[in-house]
Ligand binder design. Structure first.
Ligand SMILES: [Cu+2]
Length: 501
């Protein structure tokens, strides 16, 4: 078979050469919309984690995946600000896992069931017991109802598995989806909607020659964990390099990176402008015109693309040099378009540094063996199970500075809260490691214009101090913060924090 490549490290399976598959032969799947229904006077939705068999490409046999719902990708849940919502998450997965579990990982021993799951609604302001704490996992046959107050602004949220030590595999299997919160500000903007508003969910996967998911291992059967995962197969909404037929008019795309480790740098093949109107936690104060934008794992960008200049043409959304998907622009729009890009969107008051009552320094470490292989990644040199050290008081504001002593950019995420990025600044890492002194060697740089909104992920580059300002509001209780590279998070770049009433 021409598509079979010999084998990947740690495996004997022949692999699929996904980059040799003909691109743009499958239409982009559009996930169904799930609107909550009223049950006993409360808004309610239910989603079932289940095994499904999904066609990722015309020429690839169906792939076993684990998804929320029967489709190739979870339905998009539509919620409204101010309208509380209960979601029942039913675990109907098989009892045997099909991806390589590392039983030496924290909370991943042979004494716990292989298949276990817990859902975190990323970006939601929820009580601790509804947040999807990693140790609150449950097994097939069980379910759990989580309550989401939706006391927050319009934004692109997403849900994914967060079970201790195994969510990198559960998410890789397909356990993720998008939830949109809408509000009156959004209504008043009259943005493209209905078939002109399209979710784009990016991820990468490797496949064996028979089309099954392949997750690389270290080659050591006792410690199969790998420090980072990136694959050849580039999927959008569950298809490898699909196409989308569009009209020559303005579209809104809700983009989300659900890859385990991969960062995307997205642009249009003809370099036409992309207008970003929102980020992780909702609208920017004003639109930002971009030639390209980066999405770290878990980041979202709410973007507008105007195809009216490209009637009758094709163009591509590219990641670096590779076209991820194709837009086929029709010669004519089906109806006159009345949408225009707003000049301003919603006021965002910058949180003054003077409102912070405490600065916490969080160091990021990568411990390597003699061959420079990563063994363990930690925050403040502490493992997940060590006692909680970050205990912000409810309704107070703090500055958190992430001191990155590693060679990677880490997308750091805090549960419960939204925050603003203050700045980034290069420092002398050797000095810090030897003398524990923070000596800056560059000027501080402000966040990029498209990072000036409310965020819940911050990219923390190597050798820099990245500062955010956070108002801890909502609920007291135990939450967590972690790197959103799922391989890092599992070993052990994740720590609890507790909001104290
Ligand atoms: Cu990381």
């Amino acid at each position: 078979m021409q598509m079979a490549r010999p084998s990947a490290p740690g495996s004997h399976a022949p692999m699929l050469h996904t980059l040799e598959l003909p691109p743009f032969v499958d239409p982009l799947p559009i996930p169904q919309v799930l609107r909550p229904t009223l049950r006993n006077g409360r808004r309610f939705a239910s989603l079932t984690m289940q095994e499904s068999h999904v066609k990722v490409h015309r020429d690839v046999p169906p792939t076993r995946m684990w998804t929320y719902g029967p489709g190739p990708i979870a339905p998009i849940i539509e919620a409204r600000s101010g309208e509380p919502l209960d979601i029942e998450w039913i675990n109907h997965l098989p009892t045997k896992h099909f991806l390589p579990i590392d039983h030496s990982m924290h909370g991943c021993g042979k004494d716990v069931p292989d298949v276990r799951a817990i859902v975190h609604l990323h970006g939601a302001k929820t009580r601790s017991q509804d947040d999807g704490y990693p140790e609150d996992w449950y097994v097939p046959g069980k379910s759990r109802v989580s309550h989401y107050p939706m006391d927050q602004e319009a934004a692109t949220l997403w849900f994914h598995d967060h079970a201790m030590g195994i969510n990198r595999l559960n998410s890789y299997a397909g356990l993720f989806g998008m939830l949109l919160i809408r509000d009156k500000v959004e209504d008043s903007l009259h943005l493209p909607s209905g078939k002109y508003e399209i979710p784009l969910i990016f991820f990468d996967r490797d496949f064996t020659a028979d089309g099954q998911l392949y997750y690389a291992t270290s080659g050591d059967p006792e410690h199969p964990w790998i420090p980072e995962f990136s694959a050849d197969g580039l999927l959008v909404n569950g298809k490898i390099r699909p196409y989308l037929e569009v009209e020559p008019r303005l579209y809104r795309f809700r983009t989300l990176n659900v890859a385990n480790s991969r960062f995307y740098r997205l642009s249009l093949s003809d370099n036409s402008p992309i207008t970003q109107i929102g980020t992780d936690q909702g609208f920017l104060a004003a639109p930002v015109q971009l030639q390209s934008f980066t999405l770290a794992p878990a980041e979202r960008a709410d973007i507008l693309i105007d195809f009216s200049h490209a009637a009758g043409k094709t163009l591509h959304l590219s990641n670096g040099g590779i076209d991820l998907m194709q837009f086929r622009v029709a010669a004519h729009a089906t109806q006159p378009t009345t949408f225009s890009i707003p000049k301003t969107i919603r006021p965002i008051h910058r949180t003054p540094e003077s409102s912070s009552i405490l600065t916490r320094t969080i160091t990021l470490h990568d411990y390597q063996d003699q061959y420079e292989h990563s063994m363990l990644m930690l925050l403040n040199r502490k493992r997940w199970h060590e006692p909680t050290t970050e205990k912000p008081k409810l309704n107070t504001t703090e500055i958190w500075e992430f001191v990155n002593l590693t060679e990677d950019t880490h997308p750091m995420h805090l549960h419960l809260v939204r925050f603003q990025i203050l700045d980034r600044r290069t420092f002398d890492t050797a000095d810090y490691l030897q003398k524990k002194q923070l000596r800056y060697v560059g000027d501080s740089t402000p966040p990029d214009p498209n990072e000036m909104g409310w965020k819940d992920i911050v990219q923390c580059p190597s050798g820099m101090v990245t500062r955010i300002i956070v108002h801890f509001e909502g609920f007291p209780g135990k939450y967590l913060y972690h790197c959103h590279i799922l391989e890092h998070e599992a070993n052990d770049m994740m720590r609890p924090f507790e909001v104290i009433a």
